[in-house]
Design a protein around this ligand. Structure first.
Ligand SMILES: [Zn+2]
Length: 94
């Protein structure tokens, strides 16, 4: 495989993996896909960092949900975090 083709296929893998990250965190992927994502996260610093931010958001959301969920302020905080999660999941322009 030429270096260029290899680079392009790595970029495709990044896009695929970043689309799957949320499902990966929620353990919604098939075992095969989960392995593929976790292997890529080991190899790719960029996706690894994305995964880190996702898991932090997920933890924050879980904490916010456990705490008084009837409080308006909490719901707003959760909503803000959700929007942030949606923002960073948009494909990057490269
Ligand atoms: Zn990647």
């Amino acid at each position: 495989m030429s270096k260029l083709i290899q680079k392009i296929s790595e970029m495709n893998e990044c896009q695929k993996v970043s689309k799957k990250l949320q499902s990966y965190l929620d353990s919604e992927l098939t075992p095969e896909l989960a392995v593929r994502v976790s292997k890529h996260l080991d190899l790719c610093l960029k996706c690894g960092m994305k995964y880190e931010s996702y898991s932090r958001i997920k933890k924050a959301l879980a904490t916010a949900a456990i705490a008084e969920s009837d409080s308006n302020e909490r719901q707003l905080a959760v909503e803000r975090l959700r929007r942030f999660a949606i923002n960073i999941s948009l494909p990057e322009k490269e």
